[in-house]
Ligand binder design. Structure first.
Ligand SMILES: NC(=O)c1ccc[n+]([C@@H]2O[C@H](COP(=O)([O-])OP(=O)(O)OC[C@H]3O[C@@H](n4cnc5c(N)ncnc54)[C@H](O)[C@@H]3O)[C@@H](O)[C@H]2O)c1
Length: 390
């Protein structure tokens, strides 16, 4: 299969490129390096050093014998994206190429507008390019479990639900209420993809993924193949942030009461889930929505897991509950459905508690490097405060 990965330089895009090449697929990567630039913009960097894309491609060839083709390009430029897809004619396009930090989207008007335009225009361009070049191309679009928010009902995997309003029955899109501008871009993307499917029968898999943590996959067998690992308050997901905090001796920064529950998964499990969805497309012309996570955990449970893992390395670390800079409930009901991936054979066995000791060990060698950015760990971005210019 020929697979194009938009956002191939990212935390997920690089390991997925390796996973698909390991499976014998031809991989074409596209990226404009926006994440590298935006992480530097907030005064931070990946905890684990990563090579330039040119050297990554070379390392993948030298270490595993993989041949990856890469294009530097901004997918919000329709002509750029159209030209690459027309030249390569992939069977599948995996779309990761979005601004993916919720706090970054909440910094001020400029960052909110950039997130809206980058994410929504990129997806619209992809839909139109595929309609023009080959409507049979399968789009695997990465959304987020955060599209749903934390509703007080069981979250269905289906994009539609049956309702009765004032005695009349209808089928409506599953209600969603996201918690940041970033998460709303994913809701808007989903609506746009649903509409394109209704209008033109594009074939899509829309993935609602929970936060991913970790450093390892089967193919990351050498330092040269590492993926980025962000840990600052803007770019780091909570598990990665807690891991680095424990190594630096900073009390784990739990926002609010710590009862916020999400569906987490490791980098390896994310790769396996994505591989299954790429290799098993839905029926041509259909829209498939898939929830993607492994276990539901609260912030307090994660803090406990990382504390125990750190202890095994001789580190005693506390937890500091602080005012929550985010707009979210810190005690709530949470019960998302997950049926699509298990039906494809996704049955991960390892949980965060099994992987956390290794995770702490993997970042330890970079303590001095991480220490340079320690100022960037405590929350600076307050989502309740409106800043118009910065
Ligand atoms: N990492 C997670 O925990 C997680 C969870 C749920 C959903 N997601 C989603 O998965 C996708 C990948 O996430 P990630 O963690 O790898 O993020 P990432 O920021 O590391 O990767 C995204 C890549 O896309 C590139 N990009 C952004 N805008 C682009 C544009 N206009 N043109 C070309 N390239 C562009 C970036 O430079 C980056 O390399 C994102 O859409 C994200 O929202 C991630």
């Amino acid at each position: 299969m020929k697979v194009m990965i938009l956002g191939a330089d990212g935390y997920l895009g690089w390991p997925l490129s390796l996973r698909l090449m390991a499976r014998g697929h031809e991989v074409i990567g596209v990226d404009n390096f926006a994440t590298r630039k935006s992480v530097k913009e907030v005064g931070s960097d990946s905890a684990i050093p990563i090579l330039s894309m040119e050297n990554r491609v070379k390392a993948a060839k030298d270490i595993h014998g993989y041949n990856m083709k890469f294009y530097r390009g901004d997918i919000t430029k329709y002509g750029v994206l159209h030209k690459i897809i027309k030249e390569e004619k992939p069977d599948t396009v995996v779309h990761f190429a979005e601004q993916r930090s919720a706090p970054y989207s909440m910094i001020n008007a400029k960052h909110a507008a950039y997130t809206m335009s980058n994410n929504i225009i990129g997806t619209i361009n992809l839909i139109y390019a595929i309609m023009d070049i080959d409507p049979k191309i399968h789009i695997v679009k990465m959304g987020t479990m955060g599209e749903f928010g934390t509703p007080n009902f069981d979250i269905p995997e289906s994009p539609f639900v049956d309702v009765e309003i004032n005695g009349r029955k209808d089928r409506i899109t599953t209600p969603k209420f996201a918690g940041s501008w970033y998460h709303w871009t994913k809701v808007h993307d989903t609506n746009n993809i649903l509409f394109a499917n209704k209008a033109w029968k594009i074939t899509t898999t829309d993935i609602m993924q929970g936060p991913v943590y970790g450093t390892r996959t089967k193919e990351i067998t050498d330092k040269k193949l590492h993926s980025r690992f962000d840990f600052d308050e803007v770019w780091g997901t909570v598990v990665n942030r807690f891991t680095v905090e424990s190594v630096l001796g900073i009390p784990l920064t739990a926002y609010g009461a710590g009862g916020q529950i999400r569906g987490y998964l490791s980098l390896e499990d994310s790769m396996e889930a994505l591989r299954l969805l790429v290799e098993n497309p839905p029926e041509s012309g259909s829209y498939r929505s898939a929830n993607q996570f492994v276990e539901l955990l609260s912030i307090n449970e994660i803090a406990d897991i990382i504390q125990k893992a750190a202890k095994k390395h001789g580190i005693d670390i506390g937890v500091e509950h602080m005012e929550n800079p985010r707009i979210e409930a810190d005690r709530h009901y949470y019960n998302p459905e997950i049926k699509v991936l298990p039906a494809l054979g996704f049955h991960p066995k390892l949980k965060m508690a099994d992987l956390s000791e290794q995770l702490v060990k993997d970042v330890m060698p970079y303590k001095a490097r991480m220490n340079k950015f320690r100022e960037r760990i405590l929350p600076h971005t307050n989502w309740r405060r409106v800043e118009n210019a910065r």
